[in-house]
Write a new protein. Structure first.
Length: 217
């Protein structure tokens, strides 16, 4: 499959959020990446249900919601109601990860598990057959505009091995520090979904930047 591009609205201009959403609508992007931070699981706070609901009301592409919150299991239904189509939870944020995954799927969303740069990929081996995607953090979660962590390439390779063994349909999403220089290499390594915040919204022409991320070769 051709890889997907998911611009992160965390880097959008919140004073003209509607304009930035419409830019993504008319671009070659495949979905919106929505970063939810609670100031507890990560040292930053972003936005919650009411903003997501408003984004959903004009978004013409699916919402890929990345929960950087403690105890996400309490809010799964509410994120579905707010408009999430894809929902990912961090490995260490869930007391009962297997059960959270089943509930996300039962609610009709694609289920993803997020692994931080320090997490051993093997930790999620036993849930790989149950999930639709793994979100590999290539920065420490909490902030946009950070530098890509180079050891991510080795982690993608390990995850690809587990994917081939246990769930060939699994999608690999990478998030953090992705730019026009590393996008092609990531796709060649087997990444299926590129998340990009500042590269898109800090560029002069976000539609063109998204197109370049979609065709990196
Ligand atoms: C970081 C978020 C990312 C962030 C990526 O915690 O999960 O989605 O928005 O931003 P860039 O592309 O600027 O690194
Ligand atoms: Zn994210």
């Amino acid at each position: 499959m051709q890889h997907l591009v998911a611009p992160s609205l965390l880097a959008a201009n919140f004073l003209r959020l509607e304009d930035d959403i419409r830019i993504v609508n008319r671009s070659e992007a495949d979905m919106f990446h929505i970063d939810v931070m609670d100031g507890n699981f990560v040292p930053n706070i972003s936005f919650g249900f009411s903003i997501i609901r408003q984004i959903k009301s004009i978004a013409e592409k699916p919402l890929d919601v990345h929960l950087m919150i403690s105890r996400p299991d309490i809010y799964l239904e509410k994120f579905r109601e707010a408009g999430a189509d894809w929902l990912s939870v961090h490995y260490e944020a869930c007391d009962h990860l297997h059960s959270s995954i089943q509930r996300i799927k039962k609610l009709g969303m694609k289920a993803g598990v997020v692994v931080n740069p320090h997490n051993n990929i093997e930790l999620i081996r036993d849930v790989i057959p149950d999930i639709d995607y793994v979100l590999l953090m290539s920065v420490n979660p909490g902030f946009g505009g950070q530098h890509f962590i180079e050891s991510t390439y080795g982690r993608i390779e390990k995850l690809t091995g587990i994917k081939q063994e246990l769930n060939p349909d699994l999608l690999i999403e990478v998030d953090g520090g992705i730019d026009l220089k590393n996008a092609g290499k990531l796709v060649k390594c087997g990444v299926n979904i590129l998340v990009t915040g500042s590269t898109v919204f800090r560029s002069k022409d976000p539609v063109e930047t998204i197109s370049k991320l979609k065709h990196p070769f």
